[in-house]
Design a protein around this ligand. Structure first.
Ligand SMILES: [Ca+2]
Ligand SMILES: [Ca+2]
Ligand SMILES: [Ca+2]
Ligand SMILES: [Ca+2]
Length: 403
């Protein structure tokens, strides 16, 4: 908006109207002054380009320096007076000449500038090259009365959490060379103080090294965080904390079901050792239908089965057998077969491993009713059947397959 109507010949076109309004666009300085700006923004995806929805950053100090490295002017990025948009800065009434800009990001946050000159649009890239010292632009020329609005600065918070989801084929809890990453796993990031969900991502191909199972939360404010993993179908979590931090799995339930422990991310910290080890049920030998050999699970433990069982074959906690043996059942051919005749107040509950109740069935057995009931149609997964008589209960975990 600020330009100069004074032509280089030293006159201005005649203005015929008379108005109460001051026409600020008429600058009668001897040498028309120029303007330099205008945007400091949070480059959230680190691509060096001003994308839609990437917000401006207020509070950065910006200096304008001339050829002799003398500070000519200094401003602080703030809301644009016209649009209200954050991250705006402007040096007004600048004499023609060669300049560069130096930025002072808000300290102690871990801000780092994006790669300069990304893409082909100078209006949308970042111009911080460090050519005149850290956080500076290269020299640029301001012409007579020019309006240079393309001197922009992309910054992100150089604080991150990542980065690997893998299939622990040999069930040892560690990342071994022959084990590969798992894509498509949804991971959520939580603020450990507010316990609010901050971001969500999906594990995918690592763009840097081409391996699978990569996940990454970046541009984080320094602080404490934990992750929660959405358990994929037919997978469960491997034993956490085995071996050194760079090879272990970090899903230990510290912050609730399928969560990691809290990580404190200090400024300029890229913590990339928060990894997720998954076990596939087929690796565990859970490949036969309806075997009551499988390890049972206590209904109370459904939300977070023990992950540190001594038996590495089965990370689900041991079956709790009903002491009085008033009820016993097997899972055979997609049916629940009751071994003995249970009391009238017996109840059966079917859960999936998320703890969701799928079926509840009372058992008013008498001699005329067969001692089994059919399971509903289920997707291939591990399920847990719990039998209850009063306060006593027993349970069996089984794989419901396609065959
Ligand atoms: Ca961007
Ligand atoms: Ca630019
Ligand atoms: Ca392993
Ligand atoms: Ca780790």
């Amino acid at each position: 908006m600020v330009d100069s109507d004074v032509q280089s010949l030293g006159y201005t076109s005649t203005i015929f109207y008379i108005s109460q309004t001051n026409d600020l666009s008429v600058d009668l300085g001897l040498v028309p002054k120029g303007t330099i700006g205008d945007f400091v923004w949070n480059d959230q995806d680190l691509d060096g380009i001003q994308d839609k929805n990437e917000p401006g950053i207020n509070g950065f100090t910006i200096q304008l320096l001339n050829k002799n490295n003398v500070v000519v002017d200094q401003v602080i990025s703030s809301n644009n007076l016209n649009t209200g948009e954050a991250g705006w800065y402007e040096f007004q009434s600048v004499s023609p000449g060669e300049y560069y800009i130096k930025i002072f990001p808000i300290s102690n946050k871990g801000y780092k500038h994006s790669n300069p000159y990304a893409g082909k649009n100078d209006q949308l890239d970042s111009d911080i090259t460090d050519q005149n010292g850290s956080n500076t632009t290269a020299f640029f020329t301001l012409g007579i009365g020019a309006y240079l609005s393309s001197i922009d600065a992309g910054y992100f918070l150089n604080n991150a959490i990542g980065n690997y989801v893998w299939r622990d084929i040999n069930l040892n809890g560690m990342q071994d060379p022959n084990e590969t990453g798992v894509n498509g796993v949804v991971i959520s990031l939580y603020d450990a103080v507010s316990r609010n969900k901050i971001a969500e991502t999906v594990s995918k191909l690592n763009p840097y090294d081409g391996t699978n199972g990569f996940y990454y939360f970046n541009n984080l404010v320094a602080g404490s965080y934990y992750i929660q993993v959405s358990r994929p179908l037919l997978f469960y979590f491997t034993i956490p904390g085995v071996g050194s931090e760079d090879v272990d799995s970090d899903i230990d339930g510290s912050n609730g079901r399928w969560t990691s422990a809290t990580m404190y991310i200090s400024p300029n910290t890229n913590y990339l050792l928060c990894d997720v080890g998954l076990r596939n049920y087929s690796d565990e030998g859970f490949n036969a239908m309806a075997s009551d050999e499988l390890i049972g699970d206590d209904a109370n433990a459904l939300l977070m089965p023990s992950l540190t069982n001594n038996n590495p074959q089965h990370n689900i906690s041991k079956s709790e057998t009903m002491k009085s043996k008033v009820i016993d059942f097997n899972i055979v051919n997609k049916q629940i077969q009751i071994v003995n005749r249970p009391p009238l107040n017996a109840e059966f509950e079917l859960y999936d491993l998320t703890g969701r109740l799928i079926l509840r069935q009372s058992m008013p057995f008498d001699e005329n009713i067969p001692n089994f009931f059919d399971l509903p149609l289920l997707s291939p997964e591990i399920y847990i059947m719990v039998g209850r008589v009063g306060n006593e209960k027993c349970s069996k975990t089984f794989y419901y397959g396609n065959h």
